[in-house]
Design a binder for this molecule. Structure first.
Ligand code: MSP
Length: 512
């Protein structure tokens, strides 16, 4: 049953360098959201990709003694490899060097020129290559880029400009009348204030930059890499010569981004869409930044960690769980091996892994490894059933608000509740004196486990699969594997207790 479409995007990643924890975070969060929406029966289109043009890439290629083409073709593979390794379920992957993108970008640029929203002028100011951003002298902090703190370069060249100022009031009105448009609230206020302070028209081309999309009819200019990049969200859908996909999925439900690129997504992008008469995305959510053991992630500090190194040692799902659970979505977070190991041992090993293990052990011992048929009814299981029903609404609300860590918290409360239910019901005592009560208790526990496997599936897809296998629910049984109402687990299902989901890790096992 379809419940409408859902279009979700990540930023497209610069391919000048190797991906790190920060990059993986945006995509893991997007993946959890995409999987959750699919679970709800929605027609999801989840897009990610790579931002392959611009001066930054051009310089990186020069520094590594290769052509920009060779660099982007090499580095893009690292991204693709990483997404595979992190169980990312994107539906498409767009590269800005692909013809499907470049030809549409040129067409759009041409249209805006003809409309008068893009015009030729003279730029005099500053440019930060690592951020690919233009700054005025007044915006610099101590001569450096206010965003990344690195040295900005002086520029004086003929540029095409986009009439951002023309759209400022409309954007402000849109932000004010759609409180959900920019999230979280604090970021929305920052963006509003910056818009209120006044905006100038912006440069949308660079002169004599050999690595980018040429301005149509004026190939001595290259389209500004941010305009090129932002347009990926619609060119990937076929805008505007292939209408089927575009009409099906646009406007985007969520653009997930990091907080440092909100200006581009919350001001420039809406203005470009307004100029094109294309509806605005429903939501732009800016998440926070990760540090590593308290420090900014940076190549010069030598603390860049390849996420696949972490997953090799601790597992993909443990890593996904950690980054999504550890910080409220929207806030900054700190990665530390000690905290990761702590979460694995306590939340994953003790709470979840042990629950599965002890439950299946009892089903084996008392019911010959078959989920019992509940005999009659018992009062004390009713609470658990009610909690399960409440969990559905709670998780839905938190996911709707993109509060992924709170959704996980709610799921873990239910896991704790199920563990407590076992303690209170004491199946080992019932086994001696009340077989029918025992059958009800262990059915309830197994059914709670089935629900837990469903709820964790967007966040920890492999663990969810493993739990279904151990519970004996076959892959093709979509009802048992997706329906969240109580009582779908079929009695007499043959369980297959396997290895511990998350064996304990000694704290001393952390890498130095
Ligand atoms: N190419 C642009 C985006 C264009 S979208 C039309 C870009 N690329 S990026 O590779 O620098 O960053 C991509 C994403 O990674 C951003 O969402 C950014 O916030 C995220 N992160 C990069 N480092 C990060 C951390 N240390 N922590 C969390 N996320 C960070 O910007």
């Amino acid at each position: 049953m379809g419940k409408g479409s859902f279009y979700l995007t990540t930023p497209i990643y610069y391919v000048n360098d190797v991906p790190h924890i920060g990059h993986s975070y945006t995509t893991i969060a997007a993946d959890a959201l995409a999987r959750y929406e699919r679970l709800k029966g929605r027609d999801v289109f989840f897009l990610t990709g790579t931002d392959e043009h611009g001066q930054k890439i051009h310089r990186a290629a020069h520094a590594s003694n290769e052509t920009p083409e060779a660099l982007v073709n090499r580095v893009v593979e690292r991204y693709k490899f990483m997404w595979k390794g992190l169980s990312i379920s994107n539906d498409d992957f767009i590269r800005t060097t692909e013809l499907r993108h470049t030809r549409r970008v040129q067409k759009i640029f041409q249209r805006l020129l003809e409309k008068g929203d893009i015009y030729l002028g003279e730029y005099e100011g500053w440019y930060c290559v690592p951020c690919e951003s233009f700054w005025t002298a007044g915006q610099l902090t101590g001569g450096n880029c206010p965003e990344c703190g690195r040295t900005a370069e002086r520029l004086k060249e003929a540029n095409y400009f986009f009439k951002l100022s023309k759209y400022r009031n409309r954007i402000l009105e849109h932000i004010d009348s759609n409180p959900q448009f920019i999230q979280p609230e604090s970021r929305r206020n920052e963006l509003r204030n910056r818009l209120l302070a006044g905006v100038d028209d912006i440069s949308v081309s660079r002169q004599a930059l050999p690595w980018g999309i040429p301005v149509p009819m004026d190939p001595g200019h290259t389209i500004y890499v941010w305009i090129d990049a932002l347009l990926n969200y619609i060119t990937a859908l076929g805008y505007d010569d292939e209408t089927e996909k575009f009409n099906r999925y646009w406007p985007a439900d969520v653009h997930l981004i990091g907080k440092e690129i909100l200006w581009f997504h919350g001001a420039i992008w809406p203005a470009v869409l307004m100029a094109l008469d294309v509806p605005l995305p429903k939501k732009v959510f800016a998440h926070g930044w990760w540090t590593i053991e308290g420090q900014k992630i940076s190549k010069s500090l030598g603390n860049v960690i390849d996420p696949l190194k972490i997953t090799e040692q601790y597992g993909v799902d443990a890593y996904r769980y950690f980054v999504l659970r550890e910080v409220p979505f929207g806030m900054d977070g700190n990665f530390s091996y000690t905290m990761l190991i702590h979460r694995i041992n306590s939340d994953l090993g003790n709470d979840l892994g042990n629950l599965l293990m002890r439950s299946l052990t009892m089903i084996e011992k008392y019911f010959d490894g078959k989920v019992p048929s509940p005999q009659g009814t018992r009062e004390e299981g009713i609470d658990l059933v009610e909690d399960a029903a409440r969990l559905e609404a709670e998780v839905d609300d938190e996911m709707e608000a993109l509060q992924l860590s709170l959704a996980l918290e709610a799921i873990w409360e239910f896991i704790a509740r199920t563990n407590k239910y076992i303690e209170e019901s004491k199946p080992w005592v019932l086994a001696k004196n009340d077989r029918s009560a025992l059958s009800i208790t262990l059915y309830n526990v197994a059914e709670a486990l089935r629900l837990i496997s469903i709820y964790i599936s967007p966040f920890m897809p492999q663990t969810s699969q493993e739990m279904f296998c151990q519970l004996g629910i076959p892959e093709e049984d979509h009802i048992q594997r997706s329906e969240r109402c109580w009582g779908r687990l079929r009695p007499l299902t043959k369980t297959k207790k396997g290895k511990a989901l998350f064996p304990r890790i000694e704290v001393s096992a952390q890498p130095v």
